[in-house]
Design a protein around this ligand. Sequence first.
Ligand SMILES: [Zn+2]
Length: 95
Amino acid sequence: MTHSIELPPLFNFNVVAVHRVTGKPQFANIFAPTQVDADDFVADMSPDWIVIRDNADLLVACDHCDHEFPVDELQPCVVEPDFRFCGDCADKLRD
Ligand SMILES: [Zn+2]
């Protein structure tokens, strides 16, 4: 038995949004074929979130070292998903 169904490749996209009520930045990692699909998915699923599109140039401060990085270089803390760390800090904090 062979399966020949072709699924589009999925990538991990960072979706950035601002909460409509609190104004707090919101982040989501979504597996989707394209950034637009990921943005649409979050916009549909979370009506309280104002999705910021074209966020490639958006800089967000690392919650550990306070340096600013392109948003897609930051990764959520495993323990506290509200905290976002740059790659360097994430490596240091992993142990
Ligand atoms: Zn950092």
